[in-house]
Design a protein around this ligand. Structure first.
Ligand code: ADP
Ligand code: MG
Length: 527
């Protein structure tokens, strides 16, 4: 890979790049920077986390003449968070060269933005709606724009910004460069490119070349009504530095954030119905680390780049593969390893399979940690905290006197146990592990036997039954136990630990086209 200084950039820009801590260009940057410097229109396609911002940002900043107090470049981005983030990265790279950047987005006072625009900024980064608003008011002029960028173009189209984008285009001068960046290339984007770009150079970074660090992708099978408990067990057994949790709906996000707070986690919610100020407050707290778990909807979390996000957790499974890819791209930023955990309920197994198929990758199944494992891990954390406090050797006057008195009368070991019990017992009270009690089903030891209301009459054969269970409940075919198929019903045994999930996944499903009903067998059904 050629180094940054092979691009003949202004030394001030090189300084900005060094200040960012970038050592060498990422693959998309190596190809984009020279093409943009040559004046070409560029379409850049690469996954999240590949450094697209600097790929357009560096040549764009190189192009700016800071002595001209005119808007010379504009960037359109799908969300306010993203506009702010891009603006911040450009501001940092462009600082030595004294390039002024400004993010504009809905939700912030327009008066304040007008004032800021009047100061004379060189690069404006905005969401399409607000950008258009300023253009129509005449508070922003694009007559001198030389480079226009559409960042996360697929997201903008998804969010219905196409009309706004085209309206903004009308304000651009005839002579300008257009750059388009996107993680995916749906037809709408190709169309946009055809309409507005001149002989665009198409630059793509294929999977193999992506410098993005490894994101470990794991899924957990959970039951709908035990989902929150399952999540907490996962959180308690993982080393989560900072995590983004995805929920399907705004209400779901609020509920989950509250439930986590109630259980003592440092959590905060983020979604589109919140006032801008509130969103900023949450984001800042998350950046500072005051919030460890950010619970967000897809839209609110788009483009968020916080370096320490160690985990992305899909509390609700994403709607499609594209959303999955965007979500997990929030971790493993800037060269760090990341974990992407997906919770899957029985009804969502099909969705998981379809996502896997589309991304061409399989998620690793992982067992939920048992209560004992969680307790063990919490004991470990507690032991570390105690040791740390002892090693600090700071006086703890509040308790020193009472301990002095008590040690005179009691065994210090027993006293420590009693003290810990008083302080922490409620942390370790074991919950109830079993959501289902199937009772006596006449199964072999360690198994649960289910009754199925169809048999040979629906052409059911053992192989199909095993396949249906393995696929729909995500268990290995060889784990399925004894099978008996009769004329009008069947029996099947599955391992105890898999039984609740199998039950929920198959209690109402189709096997071989036949609608089936599955219920725990009663021993008297046995023949
Ligand atoms: P994308 O837009 O492709 O999702 P970003 O532009 O947001 O990716 O970059 C992802 C992260 O990688 C950011 O934290 C960014 O600062 C960092 N980054 C970008 N280019 C480089 C580079 N050449 N070397 C190291 N880190 C980089
Ligand atoms: Mg980006």
């Amino acid at each position: 890979m050629k180094p940054f200084d092979s691009f003949q950039l202004d030394p001030l820009i090189l300084k900005g790049i060094r200040d960012m801590g970038f050592e060498e260009p990422s693959p998309i940057q190596s190809e984009c920077i020279p093409a943009v410097l040559r004046g070409e229109d560029v379409i850049g396609q690469a996954q999240t986390g590949t450094g697209k911002t600097a790929a357009f940002g560096i040549p764009l900043l190189e192009h700016v003449d800071p002595s001209r107090r005119k808007v010379q470049s504009v960037v359109l981005a799908p969300t306010r968070e993203l506009a702010i983030q891009v603006s911040e990265e450009l501001r940092r790279i462009g600082r030595p060269k004294r390039v002024q950047t400004l993010p504009i987005y809905g939700g912030q006072s327009i008066g304040r933005q007008i004032k800021a625009l009047k100061q004379g900024v060189h690069v404006v980064i905005g969401t399409p709606g607000r950008m258009l608003d300023h253009l129509r008011r005449g508070t922003l002029r694009l007559n001198d724009v030389e480079i226009m960028v559409l960042d996360e173009a697929d997201e903008m189209l998804d969010m219905g910004f196409i009309d706004d984008i085209e309206a903004v285009m009308k304000y651009l001068p005839e002579q300008r460069q257009l750059l388009l960046f996107s993680a995916t290339m749906p037809p709408g984007i190709r169309h946009l490119a055809q309409k507005y770009m001149k002989k665009p150079r198409y630059i793509t970074v294929s999977r193999g070349e992506v410098t993005a660090p490894v994101i470990e992708q794991v899924y957990y099978k959970v039951l709908e009504n035990g989902k929150l408990d399952s999540l907490c067990r996962i959180l308690d057994s993982e080393d989560v530095e900072q995590g983004i949790l995805f929920g399907r709906t705004k209400k779901g996000v609020d509920d989950l954030a509250e439930a986590l707070q109630a259980r003592g986690y440092l959590a905060g919610g983020l979604h589109g119905d919140m006032a801008q100020q509130q969103r900023d407050r949450v984001m800042n707290a998350f950046r500072r680390g005051d919030i460890e778990l950010l619970v967000a909807t897809d839209v609110a979390a788009r483009g968020i780049d916080v370096g320490r996000v160690s985990h992305v957790i899909n509390y609700d499974i994403p709607q499609d593969a594209e959303s999955y890819v965007h979500r997990i791209g929030r971790t493993g930023r800037a060269g760090r390893a990341g974990m992407a955990l997906t919770l899957v309920t029985p009804r969502e197994m099909k969705q998981l399979r379809s996502i896997e198929q589309e991304i061409g990758d399989r998620l690793t199944p992982r067992e939920l940690p048992t209560l004992e494992e969680v307790a063990e891990r919490q004991q470990q954390v507690l032991a570390e905290q105690l040791a740390e406090t002892i090693e600090k050797e700071e006086p703890i006057p509040l308790f020193e006197e009472i301990v002095e008195k008590l040690t005179a009368e009691h065994d210090p070991k027993k006293m420590a146990v009693a003290a810990l019990h008083l302080a922490f017992a409620d942390r370790f009270t074991s919950g109830n592990d079993a959501v289902y009690d199937f009772g006596e089903t006449g199964a072999s030891p360690g198994m649960v036997r289910f009754f199925i209301n169809v048999g040979r009459n629906a052409d059911i054969r053992p192989r199909e039954l095993v396949k249906a269970i393995a696929e729909q409940a995500g268990i290995a075919a060889k784990k399925v136990g004894r099978i008996n198929i009769y004329d009008r019903f069947s029996f099947v045994e599955v391992p105890e630990e898999a039984a609740p999930f199998v039950f929920e996944a198959l209690r109402q499903t189709r096997i071989n086209g036949a609608r089936v009903n599955l219920e725990p067998a009663r021993p008297r059904n046995r023949r």
